[in-house]
Design a protein around this ligand. Structure first.
Ligand code: KG4
Ligand code: ZN
Length: 328
């Protein structure tokens, strides 16, 4: 069995995965959303202190499995340095005391392997990764061979939902609440599509965020529930159209048979609906992760760790290992 730890942002999570049949035999996650909500975003130092309290509590529940572990896996990149270190320190301590090897795992690879919880992976695969920290299109050939096809120039897709929610005083995280407001609203504001005339393939959300902010400010203090719903509907429609517009360019120049959407924001139903339509036009099969494994969790880190274990990607525990800003 492999014990995996995730603490790259605001979720403290530990999982245990069996190496031979990939079964997930333990998985627990403690989210810190309520603690960060009043700040409208994650406060790194607060997140670190909450991990320091939550991770040992979850670990306590895994005691019966500790003698059966063959390795400890931990998210070591990318993420917030002060929160990554909480998981990495715990992982190193466990490796030392149990005398077993350490597997550092890239968080983004974890999101890719969220597609294959309790099952073997299949590649090649095109992947749209949409989370709070990333908006990327990837070509994944295997665990090691991942090419970045497109990325965001500024804010990420999920982050822009969080910022719109903050501007409307809807709390943190903003994804689910903006999506639910959008369901009741209509596209009244007709925001401009980002990078419409760009030849290269990329994402940008800062312009759309500013358009949304100016529109919200134009209401001064007299903004109604209906206005908020329409703002969310207009924002979400443009944010998703931007993804679809850029993906079309990718699909025209590639021969993907399989495409997947992963990451916390892949839970967005309107995005999934648009992706299903686009993929069917290009005769591509769309894959999604189960909802419970879309947002950050240790099960996906454990699943990626099985691959790392098979490839013997063990690390020296004297190395620092933390790379907050790694990209593919
Ligand atoms: O993957 P994740 O849990 O953390 C990172 O690795 O960043 O993704 C969290 C992000 C947050 O920005 C959250 O607002 C966004 O995913 N998100 C959504 C939805 N659910 C979560 N964004 C849009 N629509 C949603 N339904
Ligand atoms: Zn994530």
């Amino acid at each position: 069995m492999i014990l995996s730890i995730e603490s790259s942002c605001d979720d403290s999570s530990i999982a245990i995965t069996k190496i031979d049949d990939l079964k997930l035999i333990f998985h627990k996650k403690i989210s810190q959303e309520a603690e960060h909500s009043s700040f409208g975003g994650v406060v790194p130092e607060l997140a670190a202190r909450l991990h320091a309290a939550a991770l040992p509590n979850i670990l306590e529940e895994t005691k019966e499995y500790l003698p059966k572990l063959k390795a400890i896996a931990v998210t070591n990149e990318p993420g917030l340095s002060v929160t990554l270190i909480e998981g990495v320190m715990m992982a190193k301590a466990l490796c030392l005391s149990l005398q077993i090897p350490l597997l550092p795992i890239n968080h983004l690879k974890g999101h890719i392997y969220s597609l294959f919880i309790e099952q073997e992976a299949h590649f090649p695969l095109g992947v749209l990764l949409v989370s709070g920290g990333h908006t990327q299109i990837l070509h994944v050939k295997n665990y090691d061979d991942i090419t970045l096809l497109a990325s965001t120039l500024d804010d990420s897709f999920g982050e822009s939902f969080d910022k719109v929610a903050k501007m409307l005083n809807l709390g943190y995280p903003g994804g689910a609440v903006v999506e639910s407001y959008a369901k009741n609203g209509e596209d009244r504001f007709n925001f401009t599509l980002p990078l419409r005339n760009a030849k290269n393939i990329a994402f940008s959300y800062s312009g759309l965020k500013n358009q949304t902010r100016l529109r919200i400010e134009s209401f001064k203090d007299k903004i109604t529930q209906k206005d908020k719903e329409d703002i969310c509907a207009s924002f979400q429609k443009t944010a998703i159209s931007h993804i679809i517009y850029q993906l079309k360019k990718v699909f025209k120049n590639s021969d993907f048979k399989d495409f997947a959407v992963v990451g916390g924001a892949s839970a967005n139903e309107a995005l999934r609906k648009e992706l299903i339509e686009l993929c069917s036009k290009f005769n591509i099969t769309l894959h999604t992760a189960p909802f419970e494994f879309c947002s950050d969790n240790a099960a996906m880190i454990g699943r990626a760790a099985i691959e790392a274990y098979r490839l013997k990607r063990f690390a020296d525990i004297d190395d620092i290992l933390i790379n907050p800003r790694t990209v593919f």
